[in-house]
Ligand binder design. Structure first.
Ligand SMILES: NC(=O)c1ccc[n+]([C@@H]2O[C@H](COP(=O)([O-])OP(=O)(O)OC[C@H]3O[C@@H](n4cnc5c(N)ncnc54)[C@H](O)[C@@H]3O)[C@@H](O)[C@H]2O)c1
Ligand SMILES: [Zn+2]
Length: 349
């Protein structure tokens, strides 16, 4: 069992342990005196795991109900949140009850947002089941939904009361989703941990999944504890994401996963900063090799000009400087603000 403390405004613990799903009730009881617990899960994850979590909650005396939505990013919408509210209402959920998010990032983001807003805020816990949600989205308190015009445009900061990570759930993850999560893991090595990066160079990721989860979560924890509301340091977590988001957009959010896009974004950016003398020589080659080793793409058919063009019109950054994260070396990064109108100049296109 690995335990990590997150010192945000409302502190919480992250437990990482094989089989912790069957102990979920015990850990939820430690943080909640609730009468009722609502499990929120999607149509892929619920058949595998909802029954186990539900019986462990019942053992601790919780009255349980399960809300299942159809899996997929397309469901990460306010219309699904409204259905959750109606479920809460029908099941007499009160301010002292608790929501249990069981699934990937889509489930966690939506369950967290429903919990943040129902009755102006009720407790929730995260039980992430995809590698991406275990190493990234379940920690840090960002919750929300997409709008037709863009991803994650509506949401709230709402910290979970506890995060329970069971690496065994990754056994049922569909093909390609492990690699998707690896995009963020490689990112953590690049921005904050030379030793994690070197470990990934030396070992086969799937042989050291537990260690990867622990080390990634610890890095995310350190960053979000220092900057809960993303006013500064937290932006380093966006390394590779400015180009990555642009690539996802250019691909119409299909064909290329988020993690793959982040990997390519990280590599493209580092090739440029290396050529400019900002990044130590050889860093981009090491990133390329690590992506290849993890069966991730290292390039794309869209040109740098098209990618930079696609970074414009982003509703979250429109009219502002874009914050790029540049590597000085593996494990060492800084934030560099670029006014949107000087991007083409800077990148020489
Ligand atoms: N809140 C944050 O800080 C944050 C950070 C990064 C990403 N996100 C969000 O996370 C989402 C992506 O996360 P994701 O990739 O986990 O998406 P997801 O929740 O859609 O999961 C991906 C797919 O895997 C399935 N799945 C998940 N765990 C499984 C398991 N153990 N066995 C079988 N199938 C399983 C899901 O049903 C889904 O089909 C995006 O919406 C993104 O915006 C949020
Ligand atoms: Zn990401």
């Amino acid at each position: 069992m690995k335990t990590l403390d997150v010192n945000t405004g409302a502190p919480y613990k992250i437990y990482i342990e094989h089989g912790i799903l069957d102990e979920a009730g015990k850990y939820v009881r430690e943080v909640s005196g609730a009468l009722r617990a609502v499990i929120i899960s999607d149509s892929n994850v619920a058949p595998f795991y909802a029954g186990r979590v539900e019986s462990s909650l019942k053992k601790e005396g919780f009255e349980t109900s399960v809300f299942v939505f159809e899996a997929g990013e397309e469901r990460k919408r306010l219309s699904t949140i409204e259905k959750m509210y109606m479920h809460f209402f029908d099941h007499n959920i009160t301010r002292t009850d608790i929501v249990v998010a069981l699934g990937g990032g889509v489930t966690g983001d939506m369950a967290g947002f429903a919990a943040a807003s129902y009755l102006r805020g009720i407790d929730f816990v995260q039980i992430p089941t995809s590698l991406l949600s275990q190493v990234d989205s379940s920690v840090g308190g960002k919750t929300g939904v997409d709008l037709p015009g863009g991803k994650n445009l509506v949401g709230a900061f709402w910290q979970p009361r506890v995060v329970l990570i069971d690496p065994d759930t990754l056994d049922t993850l569909p093909a390609g989703l492990y690699e998707d999560g690896m995009g963020e893991v490689i990112k953590y090595g690049c921005i904050k941990s030379r030793s994690l990066f070197e470990l990934l160079e030396k070992e086969n990721a799937r042989d050291i999944t537990d260690e990867i989860i622990c080390r990634s979560v610890a890095i995310k924890r350190d960053v979000v504890s220092e900057d809960e509301r993303e006013s500064g340091l937290r932006a380093i977590l966006n390394f590779g994401h400015t180009f990555g988001h642009a690539l996802e957009k250019l691909h119409g959010y299909s064909g290329l996963t988020h993690g793959e896009a982040v990997g390519i974004g990280a590599l493209m950016l580092t090739e440029i900063t290396e050529a400019k003398g900002i990044t130590e020589k050889g860093v981009s080659e090491r990133i390329r090799a690590l992506l290849e080793k993890n069966n991730m793409p290292t390039g794309d058919s869209f040109t740098l000009e098209e990618i930079i063009g696609a970074t414009r019109g982003d509703k979250k950054t429109a009219g502002n400087d874009l914050k790029f994260v540049f590597l000085k070396d593996i494990g060492d990064c800084y934030i560099h603000k670029l006014p949107t109108n000087s991007m083409m100049d800077f990148f020489g296109v």
